[in-house]
Write a new protein. Structure first.
Length: 329
């Protein structure tokens, strides 16, 4: 078995950037492989609306970690601006950028942007074609149903053939897009193991059907993680922080495809084959099936939930690198 890579989502939202940056710098020192930013809108003290400027900030204070979006909501971007901003982060970070993107699902966010929920998938396919075209071709003339663009992107990204594009989300069409239009699939933290295994099988079948024979060697996976010295302390933190966010967000009208009010209020149900919560031993045990059954190679730990203390996240970074990951090397 290869080395299990580990990344994380730091503190986010509100005016917490200074704390986030401190976590990112510390994580790189500890040997983390990647740092990721999410995107949601109008959520108080949780989530920033603009992952790319935040990652640009991280790029200036790091030299080794991958910097990625997990995930960016494509319908809120013009594809040329997105291609340019992503290329700039790639250039600033010397080729360390991963564009994780999805089509979004929250009606209030679409209302904020005046964006249409309908046909967002079809638009996304054109966006991806434009972004890849601008990144890899001298110049591009694209005439689609939704976008018409003509011209060149400067400067081009340094990553070759282009920065990786990973698609997040669920559903048959999303998995087909991830398999045929992107470099990989990046499942979020809300899925349990059976759903992940089903998704992976479908993703691989879609790749094969499209004649894409190059093996996938990187299997990233985001998990909600709370680690502490003891199971009891971690459990108390989960009750206080994860459950607040799941109740207020997923159970509070977000219209998530499969986390509804009945699931989002049951911590034991949520922990089963989904969360990594506990002392180091319990977290290692919970992680094991994702590695052995799913084939996880790149664990992305979502560490911040509303109210979670920065100093605890700093402690978690140590526990993950010293107590959890070495068991999987």
């Amino acid at each position: 078995m290869g080395k299990l890579k580990v990344g994380f989502i730091p503190i986010e939202g509100g005016h917490f950037y200074k704390d986030a940056l401190e976590e990112v710098v510390r994580a790189e020192d500890l040997g983390f492989d990647s740092v990721w930013m999410e995107e949601h809108h109008s959520v108080v003290n949780h989530y920033w609306p603009s992952p790319l400027p935040v990652l640009a900030g991280f790029a200036t204070r790091t030299s080794r970690v991958l910097l990625g979006t997990d995930i960016l909501v494509a319908p809120f971007y013009h594809p040329v601006r997105l291609a340019e901003d992503a290329a700039m982060i790639d250039v600033m970070s010397a080729g360390r950028f991963v564009l994780g993107a999805a089509i979004g699902y929250k009606p209030d966010e679409f209302a904020l942007y005046g964006a249409e929920l309908e046909k967002r998938g079809a638009r996304f396919e054109e966006q991806l074609a434009i972004i890849k075209g601008l990144w890899t071709q001298e110049s591009l003339a694209f005439k689609g149903r939704y976008y018409q663009v003509e011209g060149a992107l400067e400067p081009k990204p340094v990553a070759k053939p282009h920065p990786p594009i990973w698609i997040g989300g669920w559903g048959d069409l999303t998995l087909r897009r991830a398999a045929t239009l992107a470099d990989n699939w990046i499942p979020g933290p809300t899925a349990d193991l059976p759903r992940l295994l089903k998704g992976k099988k479908q993703f691989l079948a879609e790749r094969a059907a499209a004649g894409r024979t190059a093996p996938i060697t990187d299997w990233p996976l985001t998990r909600d993680v709370i680690i502490a010295e003891t199971d009891k302390e971690a459990r108390a933190l989960a009750e206080k922080h994860i459950m607040v966010s799941y109740r207020r967000e997923y159970a509070g009208g977000w219209k998530h495809p499969f986390i509804d009010a009945s699931i989002a209020t049951d911590l034991d149900g949520l922990m089963k084959q989904r969360f990594l919560i506990g002392g180091p031993d319990q977290v290692r045990k919970a992680l094991e099936p994702f590695v052995s059954e799913y084939g996880l190679t790149h664990l992305i730990c979502r560490l911040f939930f509303p109210g979670m203390a920065h100093r605890h996240i700093m402690r978690e970074l140590e526990l993950i690198t010293k107590e959890v990951i070495p068991a999987f090397l």
